[in-house]
Ligand binder design. Structure first.
Ligand code: ASP
Ligand code: MG
Length: 439
């Protein structure tokens, strides 16, 4: 029998009833003969509420104390869940991230996991207990302070634990039936994706799909951990995030609830897996940059020093008359102010004319491993966007992705048009959102 790591999101444990329901599910897995380690998120909107509370006492909460505060959310749900399981007659023990051996960097609010040393979790399993671990948190290896992993970080806790324990599968329970070909709130005819490769899921998570934390997918790929994203409100099989050979190995090891080869559609992988969108970015244009060696380096070094992650970059050929060119790039909206300030400081040094800031943009991305070998994907995508009457402001590509930046108001139309153009629409409405928050 195997070792299963199960992660339950906030909407699955939103109230006492939810916690009881989840406890029954865990006990059923345990009774089927598996060892079970559970990672929980904070109940419902607790993390948002705690953040609001902090904002009410100070406009700038000290990062150390904010982490202390936010980690309390997961401590509440882990203890309640352990109690609910014990009430059903199984032994269960809860552990904070620190107790579970989740060692991180010291950056409060966005710490990275460095190592997981789950000695106490192994011991609990040996004693026959279900181990419940608080998600989203750890302890800094050098400062010994309590840290958090960034919003949505419990997914990463779960996969990191699964890797450290050598689990057979990491099940991520949420309030939708899996990963869909588009956000069902925009495209009601979106389909559930039976299996998606790590690289495609990484692109989706990086392009605005909020179903899995980006770092959790990176971790899963590095350690080849199969992830099963599914709803805690139904018994349906969800989406397997795994490369084909990892899924086949899981099937052979008789891990719980793997799809059969035919259900999974192993034979006919579509060219396009899905369409993602992101409304969290902004665009900055540096106007009339002199066309000389080193200007782009100076601009982007300034942004790198300010710890800003740049997404797309567009630079045109310079005008013959002026010898100047515009450079545009996109970045997280949250970093917009910092970037503008940093760039204004180097105005004279670089010699550009002005800075333009636009946060009324959205990004729509088409993702699919099949585009490597199928020509014409970009053309079909752009044609669909054009037919929807949507203007494209920027374009970027990877081997398995084409993204466009459009006006914020055009995002929904562009997503629906692309989804239709690649025949991703399902005949019936498959997507059910049980909880409503996607957590
Ligand atoms: N509770 C945290 C959040 O709301 C972590 C998580 O749910 O993954 O972001
Ligand atoms: Mg989440």
């Amino acid at each position: 029998m195997g070792l299963v790591v199960q992660k339950y999101g906030g909407s699955s444990v939103a109230d006492a009833l939810g916690i009881t329901r989840v406890a029954q599910r865990i006990v059923a897995t345990k009774k089927a003969g598996h060892d079970v380690v559970v990672v929980v998120s904070a109940m419902g909107d607790t993390t948002d509420e705690l953040t609001d509370l902090a904002q009410q006492v100070t406009p700038l909460p000290p990062p150390r104390e904010l982490d202390m505060l936010l980690t309390a959310g997961e401590r509440i749900s882990m203890a309640l869940l352990a109690m609910a399981i014990q009430n059903l007659g199984q032994v269960a023990k809860s552990y904070t991230g620190s107790q579970a051996g989740v060692l991180t960097t010291s950056h409060h609010g966005r710490a990275k996991i460095i190592d997981v040393t789950p000695g106490r979790i192994r011991q609990a399993l040996e004693e026959g207990a279900v181990a419940i671990v608080a998600g989203f948190q750890g302890v800094s290896q050098d400062t010994k302070e309590i840290t958090t992993l960034g919003r949505g970080g419990s997914d990463t806790t779960a996969v990191a634990l699964a890797a450290a324990l050598g689990a057979d599968v990491c099940e991520i329970y949420t309030d939708v039936d899996g990963v869909f070909t588009a956000d069902p709130r925009i495209v009601p005819s979106a389909r559930r994706i039976p299996r998606i490769s790590y690289s495609e899921m990484l692109e989706m998570a990086a392009c605005g799909s909020k179903i899995l934390h980006l770092r959790c997918v990176e971790y899963a790929r590095r350690y080849q951990i199969p992830i099963h994203v599914r709803s805690s409100f139904s018994a349906k099989i969800g989406t397997w995030v795994a490369d084909l050979k990892v899924l086949q190995a899981a099937r052979q090891a008789r891990v719980v609830d793997t799809p059969s080869a035919s259900e999974e559609g192993e034979m006919e992988q579509p060219i396009i897996s899905g369409v993602s969108h992101d409304r969290s970015e902004a665009k900055i244009t540096v106007v009339a940059v002199p066309d000389k060696v080193g200007e782009a380096a100076r601009i982007f070094k300034t942004l790198a020093d300010a710890e800003i992650n740049i997404d797309m970059i567009v630079q045109n050929v310079s005008g013959i008359a002026t010898g100047r060119t515009d450079i545009s790039f996109s970045l997280p909206r949250a970093d917009g102010q910092v970037a503008m300030t940093a760039l204004s400081r180097i105005k004279d040094e670089v010699g550009y004319e002005q800075l333009l800031y636009d946060d009324r943009i959205g990004k729509v991305s088409l993702i699919g491993a099949g585009m490597r070998t199928n020509p014409g994907v970009a053309a079909r995508f752009f044609a669909a966007v054009a037919e929807a009457g949507v203007n494209i402001e920027m374009i970027s590509t990877s081997e398995i992705r084409v993204s466009v930046v459009v006006d914020e108001d055009d995002v929904d139309n562009a997503v629906a048009a692309a989804h239709r153009a690649f025949d991703l629409d399902s005949d019936e409405v498959e997507a059910v959102v049980y909880g409503g928050t996607g957590r």
